[in-house]
Design a protein around this ligand. Structure first.
Ligand code: SF4
Length: 364
């Protein structure tokens, strides 16, 4: 079996760790090349025109995995209100039409998520014992938690560092070394080391950076290629990003705490209630609630990231102007037509507006 996987933020790091612990070689677990313009071109060429960007980019990743010899492909499946439920079926058909003899294995991201993942690992490691499977899984997700912990510090340092790009360089190095780490203890030590390195980056002590919340559909929020590295670009403009969503948070709650009745979005849904009373698929409900919360917590502005044609985020986008909690919102629609210079110009104008509002309120 030669398993190919699509990219999604840093998810390749735990997948590689799990694959290595299962004894899979690089030919048996195929991580395609990082998502690139070529990936996008492939996805756009073979997807229905109206498909959302996550569909096109993950299809591009899977085609690149097939080119490297993958015969089994991993994809998410869901039973929510949006198109995610059709991804695997449609992509499988497209790949068969392209003459790739592939088989899809899906992970249920709507129900029984933990069981779905553990059963998949069990299948891939010839029915190893459950304690071994759990230990392999813990090692893999430990790397993801470590990277998200480092990234939280990066989001703060980027905004105030004196030499722009230093925090991102450290973060890139951290991803590389944590990806290569072979032991859980090593991952913990590296996390501590890299966080200390970030704290040592020379910073402007007088700076009170503009704070911007990032909300929207999870894939475009967490996949830097899809959002054109928006957090890095905001950092260059001296903006501190506040983002609730992360892969480690999704794992912590969806796999472990939701089944115990703990709902991480309870407060967010409550905040959205006066404007939207029910799930509209994807992350639309959360986007509305997060707007209200960012306004209450005095963020300076909000960036709403949405794939073009994403129904849940279109609903959210249309409700946001009606909330009484006021905060400037920049809606960024992500698709293959988006160009980086245009996006940077919009970010610069938005940040200027936020600075102007601060000055008007008497803050620096
Ligand atoms: S939430 Fe939006 S972008 Fe994500 S799969 Fe559903 S329709 Fe597509």
């Amino acid at each position: 079996m030669r398993v190919g996987v699509p990219h999604f933020g840093n998810v390749h790091v735990p997948l590689r760790a799990i694959g290595q612990r299962l004894g899979a070689s690089d030919k048996e677990l195929i991580i395609p090349p990082p998502t690139s313009q070529r990936t996008l071109n492939l996805g756009v060429k073979y997807s229905p025109q109206e498909a959302c960007l996550p569909f096109k980019l993950t299809l591009g990743n899977l085609i690149e995995a097939c080119e490297l010899g993958a015969d089994t492909l991993l994809q998410a499946r869901g039973t929510g209100i949006c198109r995610l439920g059709y991804y695997a079926k449609d992509q499988e058909q497209i790949l068969r039409d392209l003459n790739y003899d592939v088989h899809f294995v899906t992970i249920d991201v709507s129900h029984h998520k933990l069981a779905s993942i553990l059963q998949l690992i069990k299948r891939m490691c010839n029915d190893a014992s459950w304690p071994r499977i759990i230990s392999i899984f813990r090692f893999g997700i430990g790397k993801l938690f470590a990277l998200d912990k480092i990234e939280k510090v990066v989001q703060r340092v980027r905004a105030v560092e004196l030499e722009k790009g230093k925090a991102d360089q450290i973060y890139r190095d951290a991803i590389g070394v944590i990806d290569a780490a072979r032991k859980g203890k090593e991952v913990k030590e590296l996390t501590k080391q890299y966080i200390e390195m970030l704290h040592r980056v020379p910073q402007d002590p007088t700076s009170d950076p503009i704070k911007v919340g990032i909300v929207g559909e999870i894939y475009v929020v967490l996949e830097p290629f899809a959002n054109m590295d928006i957090e890095v670009e905001l950092g260059k403009l001296g903006v501190e990003v506040r983002r609730t969503m992360s892969l480690s948070r999704w794992i912590k709650y969806s796999l472990f705490l939701n089944p115990l009745g703990i709902d991480e979005w309870k407060e967010v849904h409550k905040a959205a209630m006066p404007y939207l009373k029910r799930d509209v698929g994807g992350d639309g409900w959360e986007s509305v609630g997060e707007k209200v919360i960012h306004a209450r917590e005095h963020s300076d502005g909000l960036i709403h990231l949405a794939p073009f044609t994403c129904m849940p985020e279109i609903v959210a986008q249309n409700i946001m102007p009606a909330t009484k909690e006021d905060i400037p919102v920049l809606a960024v629609l992500c698709d293959e037509q988006m160009a980086k210079p245009g996006m940077i110009t919009r970010l610069e104008a938005f940040v200027d507006l936020l600075k102007f509002r601060r000055r008007r309120k008497g803050r620096r």
